[in-house]
Design a protein around this ligand. Sequence first.
Ligand SMILES: *[C@@H]1O[C@H](CO)[C@@H](O)[C@H](O)[C@H]1NC(C)=O
Ligand SMILES: *[C@@H]1O[C@H](CO)[C@@H](O)[C@H](O)[C@H]1NC(C)=O
Ligand SMILES: *[C@@H]1O[C@H](CO)[C@@H](O)[C@H](O)[C@H]1NC(C)=O
Ligand SMILES: *[C@@H]1O[C@H](CO)[C@@H](O)[C@H](O)[C@H]1NC(C)=O
Ligand SMILES: *[C@@H]1O[C@H](CO)[C@@H](O)[C@H](O)[C@H]1NC(C)=O
Length: 517
Amino acid sequence: MACYFFIIFVLSSLAFGETDWPYELFQTGNWQPPHLSLSEIGETDPGYIFIGVRKSNKAGTAPTIFDNNGDMVWQGPQGENLDFKMQKLFGKDVITYWDAQPDLRVLGYGATHILDSTYKEIYTVTLHDDFHTPSGKNFDSYIDGHEHYITPQNTMLVSALNFTQTNTSHLRRGTPDMWVLNSLFYEIDIKTNKVLFKWDALEHIPLSKSSVTVLGGKKLHEAWDAYHINSVTPTKYGYLVNFRHVRSVFYINKDGSVRWQLSGDNDDYGDFMRDNDYYGDFKSDNVSFAWQHDVRVHNETEESLVLSLYNNAAMDHEDPGPSTGLIIHVDLINKKAWIIQELADPTDHIVSATQGSFQFLPSPGTAHMLLGYGSIPKLKEYDGDGNVVLRGQFGKNTLSANAYRIFKFPWNATPHWDPALFVNRTTSHTTDLYMSWNGATDHDNWAIFSVPSQTSTLLEGKRLLMHERTGFETRISIENSDARFIIAVARHGEKILGKSFVAELGQEINYVCPFID
Ligand SMILES: *[C@@H]1O[C@H](CO)[C@@H](O)[C@H](O)[C@H]1NC(C)=O
Ligand SMILES: *[C@@H]1O[C@H](CO)[C@@H](O)[C@H](O)[C@H]1NC(C)=O
Ligand SMILES: *[C@@H]1O[C@H](CO)[C@@H](O)[C@H](O)[C@H]1NC(C)=O
Ligand SMILES: *[C@@H]1O[C@H](CO)[C@@H](O)[C@H](O)[C@H]1NC(C)=O
Ligand SMILES: *[C@@H]1O[C@H](CO)[C@@H](O)[C@H](O)[C@H]1NC(C)=O
């Protein structure tokens, strides 16, 4: 068995990173998630908290699931990841996340991984097209980190970026051959990776609509990020696409044309050149948002729809903010829009310059909402009236951890690997057992069985003791036992959900690792 063995010297299960924010340590595996500090102020919805942890310590940077106590439930593959969430595919709950090979200027070129409720990768969504990359290198797949949305038709909407040269002479500071970072999105068939739809911002939205001043663009690595796509949602007649750097959302028809635009920019346009409004722009005197993320469509009819979004209201840390959640009513008949609700925590003025998410929690009957504060490593759950019911934090600041989006979902998973067991004979008559089962949601106790030999099965076993599950890792001490071989069994009540390999108690230290492929 390929099993790595390691020794960790710790006094407690919490350690501190260089950035002064604690992370967890375990005996049963090399997971080091940032400590998730949660404080409940009111009744919260059930569910697990999904954080695609970024920029934490190396062994803590990974898609990670936590429970409502802040205990880790699953840590996925370590490394840069974005947009970790649960989605429905062919009627079943799956988890999805993006990872990438790095390149200059962009987050990287990547693929989207789809895992079932045993954590087996059932699909890997990839994208191939003739992308122009900063390094000139070729990549296995070209999906961008911002969007990986499974539609009700079981296809996936993904964002992509391309470096291209274009004539911007008609703009102030424009040149005939300026480098522009173009925003694209694709609809991909998940089973075959076939591209079903492709859309390109440069082809449809005049560069003059950008809210970002034309800077540089003489060299590829200075390319003007004029649009900055970050969310795409399927709609009745096509797609709703968010462009952070246009301070606007665009409704795109299935034929690729723009149906309408809602701008969050209702002050003067300052230095930026703009065309006359050329298609169905909505009056938004009542609505102001900036550098926004995660725009979603709800209750779409012929007459109206509702948008939810994370309003960063900030591009850098000098901006005033605060960053809030917005729910906007869009009146499609009169082409007007107004804010229905704004989510803000009056006790905590947050300014997140990048990233962020807004989620309507799926629990029926509560209307709770969750905001992930992007570059600021915090989350907050709000009730339907906009009161904060939960505050969470998993890093001291942007540098110690952050997450592109944060979600809460009901999740039931039984991993396809076995529970992990670590055995340490601490004195001649005491042995400490540590058990964990990365990713398992359903066990509520551990039972220890003694078996006659290394090759015995559980059927030959005799139950020595049991202990309720305590967080991610449970410790049991065995005193004065003459048992030699044991199996640790993860159970829900009396029901057996998983069992470890046989461990030998006589050994000083015995680590029985789970099977992971
Ligand atoms: C990317 O831009 C290059 C020009 O720099 C162009 O040749 C290529 O077709 C573009 N790729 C896509 C996918 O639009
Ligand atoms: C670039 O655009 C300008 C202004 O629209 C135009 O006068 C010029 O001919 C264009 N240059 C090229 C190389 O197409
Ligand atoms: C959608 O409509 C239902 C039924 O009227 C309502 O309860 C719900 O709050 C609406 N959702 C949003 C996001 O407005
Ligand atoms: C502003 O909001 C009010 C409702 O609060 C609405 O009646 C009005 O039409 C809105 N104006 C615009 C320009 O959207
Ligand atoms: C085993 O237990 C002893 C005594 O408590 C402790 O000093 C030692 O660090 C433990 N070993 C490991 C690998 O945890």
